[in-house]
Design a protein. Structure first.
Length: 260
């Protein structure tokens, strides 16, 4: 029997506010959707050759070949492992949730060897891009210094190089920040502090996580039904699932099949 994450208490007023927040007064469909997640034990080998074992959870609503490497990474939810669960579908749902149309998403068969290869390819690509960027930064600084040595008396050239330097530095800083951010996301997804060169996944238990799904025309919003927040806990939209089911054609077809 699969486990089910216990949803936070929710009122009819909460549901009305959420619908108004995301679709306003537009006609919409609201359903309680149980989305499948796979618990995965990960064996990670770093670029330095060390081995680390971790545990994470992957959304298995979509096949691994539906999504880009970046979106696959964003489908991991290791924090879901900490939420209380029960061994069967709860019959004592909040009375307002019981009024909603309720659906359970059929999980896809995931090729975890292919998944691991896609993630490690993405990881290696980011590592190479960072190395190349560091090299480019050094080369550009050396070139800039040499230019000033050859043209020390030209104010126009100095101003030109200064403006060019700012523009290139801005680009390099933004690109560097993007790559470093993706490194952090990969480590968070795999629930590790090390950066992976190779990964092996071993399947554990499956569980279902509750979402309030609001659909209006081509707009789809997934609201996590487990409240989050350090000070003021609240229901939050899952931006990744919401975007993917709107923009990715294969994911959208799967979503439409669920809603039929």
């Amino acid at each position: 029997m699969y486990q089910y994450t216990i949803p936070s208490p929710i009122s009819e007023k909460d549901i009305t506010k959420l619908a108004q927040k995301f679709v306003g007064k537009k006609k919409c469909q609201i359903i309680l959707l149980w989305v499948p997640y796979q618990t995965l034990e990960c064996t990670i080998q770093t670029f330095e050759g060390t081995i680390e074992n971790t545990k994470t959870a992957l959304n298995i609503m979509f096949r691994e070949d539906y999504l880009s490497e970046r979106d696959l990474i964003l489908m991991f939810r290791p924090n879901f492992l900490k939420y209380p669960k029960i061994d069967h579908k709860p019959s004592n749902l909040n009375k307002f949730l019981r009024r909603l149309s309720e659906k359970e998403v059929q999980s896809e068969e995931i090729n975890y060897e292919t998944l691991a290869k896609k993630i490690t390819f993405f990881s290696e690509t980011i590592q190479k891009e960072l190395t190349n960027l560091n090299s480019a930064m050094k080369d550009y600084k050396d070139t800039s210094i040499m230019s000033r040595m050859f043209f020390p008396s030209s104010k126009e050239l100095i101003r030109l190089f200064s403006r060019e330097t700012r523009e290139i530095n801005d680009f390099i800083e933004k690109e560097y920040a993007r790559l470093v951010a993706m490194r952090v996301v990969i480590k968070m997804a795999l629930n590790t502090k090390v950066y992976p060169q190779k990964i092996n996944f071993k399947e554990g238990d499956k569980f279902f996580h509750p979402y309030l799904v609001i659909v209006s025309n081509r707009e789809v919003f997934f609201i996590d039904l487990v409240k989050r927040g350090k000070l003021l806990k609240k229901f939050m939209m899952d931006p990744v699932l919401s975007r993917v089911t709107r923009e990715n054609e294969n994911a959208r077809k799967k979503m439409l099949q669920i809603l039929e």
